[in-house]
Design a protein around this ligand. Structure first.
Ligand SMILES: CNc1nc2c(CCNCC3CCCCC3)c3nc(N)[nH]c(=O)c3cc2[nH]1
Ligand SMILES: [Zn+2]
Length: 372
């Protein structure tokens, strides 16, 4: 088995758990937040800087890398780890979600998906087999099954038809898998916001016996309480001895609420994306450092943070860099935002160890400004 999950401890008062995910490129302690590196780079960060901030695993993307530079080139380079000089675990998404959200999609057929590239409008076709072939070439440790993430809202019949096709696609992904000993495929559960359809998707996908499972189809614009409700009844149906990955989630509140409901892994482009437009996540809420009010603020981005950016620079300086359109601006805010979330997950793992996750959440929310 390329990837195995070890359940270490269940938290006493919630469904949170501590675990270890063993992969060909190293062991990952869960719960974990995974920085996103869409085009074979976590934007503005070097692999050394990511290691310094204790990043354990990063994400990359089938859709983007297939279009540019092409998965064949990356395979010739010796695979994605070698190409981007990252020797720790990599998880690649299967491209379905990005085709639906980025490409000028427009034909979803049983065979696969016809779309136009968002780069140059050229015509392309991705099938479950093609997605697995690309991920095999990239050589990621965890490859996601090719799925359809239904839009939100979507009718029951659309979601039912879609989840049943996603199940057939998941089977085809397993059949197309060439490297079962060095790369694991994680299945993706769909079913929209419908309890019975989520149950059906869990049943069909877990019957295929994957080494790990993702809860897909969420964080697609639905209200937070709907997402939490779907997690409440979906996560407990997943096998306890396998990792659970909630796709596309990554603000502090979502991370807390997902972990409390039994999620082990999460990814989100937001922390790095908002960093590039000057918004940082601090222990007292979000802060837009470009605002004029920080022009003469000679304190750190977050006084309670010990990341490289907070230890060496002030809000006034980072604001100046943004106003001067300096590259260092994004590097410092990205460093801080990633460090903040990675540290948050470390604190959450500590809290699970000591059975005080709910108290930690309370403490965090009070300072951050969330109302519980
Ligand atoms: C933001 N919300 C959200 N994201 C979802 C994603 C994408 C998760 N992030 C992957 C990274 C994106 C940037 C490039 C690197 C990979 C989803 N992916 C899949 N396959 N299926 C979902 O239902 C699915 C559902 C998602 N919901
Ligand atoms: Zn910091």
């Amino acid at each position: 088995m390329a990837v195995t999950y070890e359940l270490i401890k269940e938290e006493k008062n919630t469904k949170a758990r501590l675990g270890k995910l063993y992969t060909p490129h190293g062991v990952i302690e869960t719960p974990i937040f995974m920085p996103v590196g869409t085009k074979a780079t976590v934007k503005a960060m070097t692999p050394e800087e990511l290691k310094d901030m204790q990043a354990q695993i990063i994400l990359s993307n089938t859709y983007h890398l297939y279009l540019k530079p092409g998965h064949e080139l990356i395979e010739e380079a010796g695979g994605l780890h070698k190409f981007m000089n990252w020797d720790r675990p990599i998880l690649t998404d299967s491209g379905g979600f990005q085709v639906f959200s980025l490409g000028e999609l427009r034909e979803i057929k049983e065979e696969g998906v016809h779309f136009r590239s968002h780069i140059d409008g050229s015509k392309h076709f991705i099938s479950p087999e093609k997605s697995i072939e690309i991920q095999n070439s990239l050589g990621s440790d965890i490859a996601m099954a090719f799925d359809e993430c239904p839009p939100y809202p979507a009718s029951r019949e659309y979601v039912k038809k879609s989840l049943e096709r996603t199940t057939r696609w998941a089977k085809r992904c397993q059949e197309a898998h060439k490297k079962p000993d060095t790369q694991a495929i994680f299945g993706i559960v769909q079913g929209g916001m419908y309890k019975d359809l989520r149950e059906q998707s869990v049943k069909e996908i877990t019957e295929l016996d994957f080494p790990g499972y993702a809860v897909g189809g969420l964080s697609v614009g639905e209200p937070a309480d709907i997402m939490y409700e779907v997690l409440d009844y979906t996560v407990p149906l997943l096998p306890k001895d396998k990792a659970r990955y909630l796709m596309g989630v990554g603000t502090p509140d979502y991370l807390f609420e997902a972990v409390i409901r039994g999620i082990d892994m999460a990814d989100c482009v937001l922390p790095t994306r908002i960093a590039r437009n000057g918004t940082v996540i601090t222990s007292r809420g979000k802060l837009v450092v470009k605002n004029a009010k920080y022009a003469k603020d000679f304190t750190p981005l977050d006084p309670e943070c010990d990341c490289y950016a907070c230890k060496n620079y002030t809000r006034a300086y980072v604001r100046h860099l943004f106003k001067a359109n300096e590259i260092l601006a994004s590097r410092l805010t990205t460093t801080h935002n990633l460090y903040f979330l990675i540290k948050l997950m470390e604190n959450i793992r500590e809290a699970i160890k000591e059975d005080r996750l709910l108290e930690y959440r309370e403490e965090f929310y009070k300072k951050y400004g969330y109302d519980l």
